[in-house]
Design a protein around this ligand. Structure first.
Ligand code: ADP
Ligand code: ASP
Ligand code: MG
Length: 414
């Protein structure tokens, strides 16, 4: 008897009819003789609606109360789902994070799972129940409800699969798997059959929201193979697995974009030792994460410092940096929220040169100005104006021929 963890995202449980359809699908798998754990997200749009209400009361909502509020979305879906299973004549039980024993640290709205108690779930499974667990939530040692960050139901599913040593972990969503780029942006995007944990980590961190990044790192750590697939079809989706299990490594396997960041420039900073610390210390003390950093050299002992922060931290960062700029006698602080980070990812880059320059050539051919660049072993990212997102993604997808099964050796930039 196999133990299967299946997670269904918000659009998959977005209405009563969809919840009933998912229940039918899960029951079929259960009737084949499998022990089933089902993890559900809140119904589509619900988490955004709840966060919107919080912001209507507090400009910066109290994080503990925000967790208390938003975790209710998942409570609704698991209860409705368990009812749908029971209405179809089968056994089910719905459980919240604290009922399961999904323990987390105390970092409200971005908590990390520290441990999971398998006992209660196992007891319900032994009684023949389809065990339905609210995704995205856990509980601190003090009994406070926490949430795991946006998209966190994926993490709940992988964590349960790891803790209970499930035979399969399936992430059901509104697309047929992980694509070479967001299929919502380019209809030539191709479904990827197998992708390594490392590539998926990069894709997820650079904007491919189809799988949450913490879910991928947990899957990698505990060696849980993850199958990302469609709720609405029976087609095989994408397997996220160890790199050794993949026969060929593609030069570029995916293109992502992220509109979550904003650019900040501090102009004419005195170019002296200790200046970077004076700028970034107050930023990190405020819990603001900085991503790309560029420092230019200037004549006359002055330099420009440019970096990106999350758009949601932009106002706070500008406020802090206004003061810092005065202290260090920089000329001014400017910023731009209408930027996008477009990235190409592929493990094949490890052994090939010239991928980055090809990317820059393509941007130049399309007349797109590159504001910032960053590279790692298996990715190249550029920051460009947000209005060029689709143009850049499509041009790169075409040039690297990602719609084809096999990549050509020569990349077409003409
Ligand atoms: P769920 O609600 O099921 O968790 P999400 O909205 O979080 O679903 O993730 C699925 C969405 O991710 C897709 O509808 C798609 O638009 C988007 N997406 C972005 N990049 C990719 C990609 N590379 N492959 C597949 N989907 C992607
Ligand atoms: N409902 C949460 C969100 O919208 C968690 C999830 O869907 O994975 O982010
Ligand atoms: Mg998601």
């Amino acid at each position: 008897m196999a133990l299967i963890v299946q997670k269904f995202g918000g659009t998959s449980v977005g209405s009563i009819e969809k919840i009933q359809a998912v229940a039918k699908r899960v029951i079929e798998k259960h009737l084949e003789g499998n022990r089933m754990i089902v993890v559900l997200s809140a119904m589509a749009g619900e988490t955004d609606r709840l966060i919107g209400m919080a912001h209507a009361i507090q400009r910066v909502p109290d994080l503990r109360e925000q967790d208390m509020l938003v975790s209710s979305g998942e409570q609704v879906s698991v209860a409705l789902f368990a009812m749908a299973v029971k209405a179809a004549g089968h056994k089910a039980v719905s459980l919240l994070g604290d009922q399961v024993g999904i323990h987390t640290d105390q970092k409200h709205t971005c908590a990390r799972i520290t441990s999971i108690d398998a006992e209660r779930i196992n007891a319900y499974l032994d009684q023949g129940n389809i065990v339905t667990v609210a995704g995205f939530q856990g509980v601190t040692d003090y009994g406070d409800i926490t949430t795991l960050g946006r998209g966190g139901s994926d993490t709940t599913a992988v964590a349960l699969a790891a803790a209970l040593q499930a035979d399969a972990c399936e992430i059901f969503t509104d697309v047929e798997g992980v694509f070479t780029t967001d299929p919502g942006v380019y209809n030539k995007a191709r479904k990827i059959d197998y992708i390594s944990y490392d590539e998926m980590l990069e894709l997820a961190s650079l904007g491919a929201k189809v799988l949450d990044i913490r879910a991928v790192s947990m899957a990698k750590r505990f060696k849980v193979p993850v199958h990302v697939r469609s709720t609405f079809t029976n087609t095989t989706g994408t397997w996220v697995v160890d790199e050794e299990k993949i026969m060929e490594s593609l030069l570029v396997s995916g293109i992502t974009y992220s509109k979550k960041e904003a650019r900040i420039t501090i102009k004419k900073v005195p170019d002296q030792p200790g200046i970077a610390a004076k700028i970034f210390l107050p930023i990190s003390d405020a819990g603001i994460m900085v991503d790309m950093i560029i420092q230019n050299t200037h004549d006359g002992g002055l330099t420009d410092m440019t970096f990106t922060v999350l758009r949601s931290d932009y106002d706070r960062a500008m406020e802090i940096l206004g003061k810092v700029a005065q202290d260090i006698r920089a000329e001014e602080v400017t910023g731009d929220q209408e930027i996008v980070k477009v990235s190409i990812v592929g493990v094949g880059m490890r052994n090939h040169s010239g991928i980055a320059s090809t990317m820059f050539q393509i941007m130049s051919k399309e007349g797109i100005n590159i504001m910032m660049i960053s590279t790692s072993e298996i990715k190249v990212s550029v920051v460009i104006a947000e209005k060029y997102t689709e143009l850049a993604v499509r041009a790169l997808h075409d040039a690297f021929a990602l719609d084809k099964d096999n990549l050509p050796l020569e990349v077409d930039v003409d």
